[in-house]
Design a protein around this ligand. Structure first.
Ligand code: 5AD
Ligand code: SF4
Length: 433
């Protein structure tokens, strides 16, 4: 059998990792990947529902897939992942050309559905599971530096803005044995950086093993040059976790630490379970333990009821912490969530204006943080050739910043010390020490 599939992936790294699982399942059915959707036997889109904008993008792609299907009526169209969960009714009523709708816990059944597909009836499977962690199913990875390794699925935190607990279901952790086996496999396949993934990685719990012990075990796998993880919840970052990070050379001095808002009143309405003071105390603890730790964050502006004073509190925290980088979002009302029912939504104009101020401030902080590195030597993992020059490499510091420098006689996947000489925009330039 010589069937081919075309797959597009939207959303977070978890979705990228899920797509690698899906590809593994498709390969074991004899499907081959193609970049040409017009020639594919099956077109899949792995979707994201986190904000309305992400959904709109998928809707527009589906319009295109529909046109492809008119030319090639035999093609199977599958909507996978978070949006399948969320929008199955809409798809069933308005998008009859979609053949398979499959939520994030149903991927194992995809091969069966491909065989069963009879063109007359849609297949809809959005059942969430309390147990599915795809423990025994190792992803099909393309060559590269970094391997995403999913350690848990779902979320039980129920932040009031977030759709994830509804699209990905209850929190569950994967066994440490299968995580370590997958990490070892990734290393023998040539990957040198491992990023542990979960909606709330520090809620990881398998029997008596928590996230800190898991991280320690991963750092002992031979050949792992770098370990990153995303994302922890600010409430659960402990001293023990930071001690392990500080004591292991191959765990990066870098943490993604989502603030969401700096105002206690808004944090409470978001059900974020920490206060501004607690967040700042956590940052102080991190910097005490790991002085040059790189801290990135996520911030939402225009959450329902956010006043100018609340927004100022967010700017204050940003000024205090000076994040290395920030993903910034306008609040987007999501179905099923508590916040979408709040009566005091903020106008689009105000959201936009606050977002712009936030981005401006973060830009300054990012530039300041980058300039602080001039004159220092940083360990850099060489990842690829610089886009601008074939005689230069591009690699990342362990605090996650891109640096370019002359190749000399080094090669990809090597870690070298680089003297940082100058910055331009958000990138750094240097030379091998
Ligand atoms: N609106 C805007 N941003 C959101 N996020 C999650 N839900 C929403 C929403 N409804 C952001 C949060 C989270 C990141 C992955 O996406 O900042 O940390
Ligand atoms: Fe969403 Fe909050 Fe869970 Fe993160 S912790 S996935 S923001 S509910």
């Amino acid at each position: 059998m010589n069937k081919s599939y075309y797959l597009e992936t939207y959303g977070c790294q978890m979705n990228v990792a899920d797509s690698e699982l899906i590809e593994k399942l498709l390969h074991s059915e004899g499907y081959k990947q193609t970049d040409q959707m017009e020639k594919a036997d099956a077109i899949f889109v792995n979707t994201c529902a986190i904000r309305d904008h992400a959904e709109q993008k998928v809707h527009s792609r589906l319009g295109l897939f529909n046109r492809v299907k008119r030319e090639n009526p035999g093609v199977i169209i599958g909507v996978l992942g978070c949006m399948a969960q969320n929008l199955k009714d809409d798809i069933l009523t308005n998008k009859p050309y979609v053949d398979i709708i499959l939520g994030p816990d149903g991927y194992r059944r995809l091969p069966e559905y491909l065989k069963r597909n009879n063109k007359k009836k849609h297949i809809v499977d959005t059942k969430l599971s309390r147990y599915e962690v795809y423990d025994d199913l190792f992803p099909s990875r393309k060559e590269g530096i970094n391997a995403w390794v999913s350690i848990m699925r779902g979320c039980d935190k129920f932040c009031t803005f977030c759709i994830v607990p509804f699209t990905r279901g209850r929190e569950r952790s994967r066994s440490i044995d299968s995580i370590i086996a997958e990490v070892s496999q990734a290393v023998s396949d040539g990957f040198v950086e491992i990023t542990l993934l979960g909606q709330n990685v520090n809620s990881y719990q398998f029997n008596s093993i928590g996230f800190t012990q898991l991280l320690e075990a991963v750092s002992e796998v031979k050949g792992v040059q770098r370990i990153r993880y995303t994302s922890p919840h600010p409430q659960d970052v402990t001293e023990e976790l930071l001690d392990i990070m500080a004591s292991r050379n191959n765990i990066c001095n870098s943490i993604h630490f989502p603030l969401q808002s700096g105002s206690d009143r808004i944090l409470k309405r978001m059900n974020r379970t920490y206060t501004q003071n607690h967040f700042l105390a956590q940052v102080t603890m991190m910097r005490d333990k790991i002085p040059h730790i790189g801290i990135s964050t996520d911030i939402i502006v225009g959450f329902p009821g956010e006043t100018e004073t609340d927004f100022q509190e967010t700017l204050n925290v940003m000024n205090e912490v000076q994040f290395n980088s920030a993903f910034t979002f306008k609040y987007s009302g999501r179905p099923f969530t508590k916040a979408v029912e709040y009566p005091d939504h903020i106008s689009e104009n105000v959201k936009q204006e606050r977002l712009e101020r936030l981005i401006q401030l973060q830009k300054q902080h990012t530039l300041n943080k980058n300039s602080d590195l001039i004159g220092t030597a940083q360990p850099v993992l060489i990842e690829k050739e610089s886009k601008k020059s074939s005689s230069h490499w591009a690699g990342r510091t362990d605090t996650n910043k891109w640096v370019t420098f002359k190749k000399e006689s080094t090669k990809i996947k090597q870690t070298v010390d680089v003297d940082i000489l100058k910055t331009s925009g958000i990138s750094l330039h240097g030379e091998i020490s």
